[in-house]
Write a protein that binds this ligand. Structure first.
Ligand SMILES: C[S@@+](CC[C@H](N)C(=O)[O-])C[C@H]1O[C@@H](n2cnc3c(N)ncnc32)[C@H](O)[C@@H]1O
Length: 258
């Protein structure tokens, strides 16, 4: 099943990302929000040793992850559709290569033919209205045995309303319409589109292109209120909060040759 039924082309979203890039970058530079504490080591841990590995950062934004992979020895480059994001990336990391493309059209012939040891996509796939052409091209561009690592808001639990039953005091998150493909507008950074797809949709879409699930992470949520207190010191609410994961990491592997 393709998700090309979503209304509006990727260019529509890129106008938005150009507009909100500055606010996003400010937040990312600050790194105080929980999204930056979760899965922080996923990419580095799964790709080590990074030395000499060619890695493409898909939807790289202003390039901070591309840079951190390069610092650890990877031949890292990035691609994103927002001119504002990419001009910041080039300004900050002039030694690295950044490409611009609307990824709803795929990687383009040059990058598809380039050959990569690994791909990463941090918090970008859920922002791209149609990822089928991208998966088609990355499956070609990845070398046999190569990993494609993804992180994203957890499709089941992210931004799902928190509820406390007034009688039983039981707490839960309200999950509705999980299996429906849906376009939402998230208020973050000034508003942008988010394409909700269930986890199975991602797993099956990658598999159709020969990229098979190899790793799945649902880290405990670290409550923003917890500061540096250890889990043992968290209050009852924080302990409950931590047990519903709002971020997801997925690793896909292209079959080895032969
Ligand atoms: C939430 S940001 C993540 C940026 C970066 N990976 C990070 O972790 O900070 C999502 C990124 O997806 C990019 N994006 C959204 N739609 C796109 C499209 N159709 N083609 C290319 N990039 C797109 C945006 O420009 C933005 O940089």
């Amino acid at each position: 099943m393709s998700d090309a039924t979503y209304d509006g082309p990727g260019s529509h979203d890129l106008v938005t990302w150009d507009r909100i890039a500055e606010r996003y970058i400010e937040l990312a530079d600050n790194r105080s929000t929980s999204s930056f504490h979760h899965l922080a080591d996923f990419f580095h841990e799964r790709l080590k040793p990074l030395s000499g590995k060619s890695v493409l950062d898909i939807g790289c934004g202003h390039g901070w992850l591309t840079h951190s992979l390069a610092v650890q020895g990877a031949e890292a480059s990035g691609i994103d559709g927002s001119e504002s994001m990419i001009s910041q990336a080039r300004r900050r990391y002039p030694d690295l290569t950044f490409h611009t493309a609307d990824l709803t059209g795929g990687l383009g012939p040059a990058l598809t033919d380039a050959g990569y040891d690994a791909m990463v996509a941090r918090f970008s796939l859920q922002c791209i209205s149609d990822i089928d052409p991208l998966l088609r091209d990355t499956a070609v561009a990845l070398r046999p045995g190569g990993l494609f690592l993804v992180s994203m808001p957890h499709p089941a639990f992210y931004m799902r309303e928190r509820v406390e039953d007034p009688v039983t005091k039981e707490r839960y998150r309200k999950v509705t319409g999980y299996l429906e493909l849906e376009t939402r507008v998230l208020p973050d950074f000034g508003g942008h589109r988010y394409f909700h797809r269930p986890v199975s949709w991602y797993v099956n879409s990658f598999a159709r292109h020969g990229l098979y699930l190899d790793d799945m992470r649902e880290p405990h949520q670290h409550p923003d209120t917890a500061g540096s207190r250890t889990r043992d010191e968290w209050n009852e609410f924080e302990k409950w909060w931590s047990t519903i994961p709002v971020f997801l990491g997925l690793g896909f592997r292209k079959a080895a040759a032969g």
